[in-house]
Design a protein around this ligand. Structure first.
Ligand code: MF3
Ligand code: CO
Length: 260
């Protein structure tokens, strides 16, 4: 989500009951089924519009509703972002996958009033070594962050772990967009930046559900928004990758809801 510090500071973080966690899990299972299917279909020549239809159809067949469609005016079910596109890329008939692309899929599902949200980046055919390394480091950074999603830690512990892994590998984290709480709304407090300091930010409690989502680039982290009003691209044309999981904090540690 786009950074909006004032909103998240003023609203309270909602702790979820076990039955709510169960609905969030169901929503996230649908999200992952869709994402894994999209990953399978990511071959040269495939139109991102066909992927939009596929995602929408699969989601509804499972009893879900695409959560992004209509959210703040976003017109589609799927966000599909290719190469220098960081997030919020729009599906289009004439936007076609090509050999060597890396493509990020971000998908959200509402199921019985609860929202699942996850993302991943995949290779189309053979990609450069740099692109491979970017995807690997970004996914690893997500897991470094998740590992810190524990009772007693703070949001900054998650943020710092992600930033440290990314920068330690020579890449950079996007600052204009952040992870977020998720539940009955797609974006709830707290914000979960992919940069920050250990020991800072809101304290983590059991029952919090966070969408942790590092967006990582090979070059400078500056972004601009294209004329469509949504697609965020790197200013310098560098490659971007994005991995996201919805995670519940429990007394026993972090549990990934978007995992099947
Ligand atoms: N995971 C993205 C986010 O948290 C998805 C939002 S796309 C939107 O910002 F279209 F719904 F805004
Ligand atoms: Co998200």
């Amino acid at each position: 989500m786009r950074r909006v510090a004032t909103v998240s500071a003023s609203r309270r973080i909602k702790l979820k009951a076990p039955w709510e966690i169960e609905l969030l899990r169901r929503a996230n299972v649908i999200v992952m089924e869709v994402l894994l299917r999209l990953a399978e279909e990511s071959k040269p020549g495939v139109s991102t519009w066909d992927l939009e239809i596929l995602a929408d159809t699969l989601c509804r067949r499972r009893g879900g509703r695409p959560a992004f469609k209509g959210y703040r005016g976003y017109p589609y079910a799927l966000c599909v972002s290719i190469n220098q596109e960081v997030i919020h890329g729009m599906p289009r008939e004439d936007k076609v996958l090509r050999e060597g692309d890396i493509v990020s899929y971000d998908f959200g599902v509402e199921y019985e009033g609860y929202i699942g949200d996850a993302a991943l980046t995949v290779a189309v055919g053979r990609v450069s070594e740099l692109a491979e390394r970017l995807m690997k480091v970004t996914e690893e950074a997500l897991y470094r962050g998740i590992e810190k999603a524990r009772v007693g830690n703070r949001v900054g512990d998650i943020s710092a772990a992600i930033q440290r892994h990314v920068e330690g590998n020579g890449f950079a984290v996007i600052r204009d967009f952040v992870g977020h709480g998720v539940g009955q709304s797609l974006h709830e407090p707290p914000e979960v930046p992919n940069f920050g300091k250990p020991g800072k930010g809101p304290r983590l409690q059991a029952g919090m559900v966070l969408a942790i989502e590092p967006m990582v680039v090979t070059g400078d982290p500056g972004v601009k928004i294209l004329e469509d009003g949504w697609t965020a691209v790197t200013r310098d044309g560098g490659l971007a990758a994005h991995f996201e999981h919805s995670v519940v904090i429990t007394a026993r540690g972090p549990e990934i809801l978007s995992r099947i």
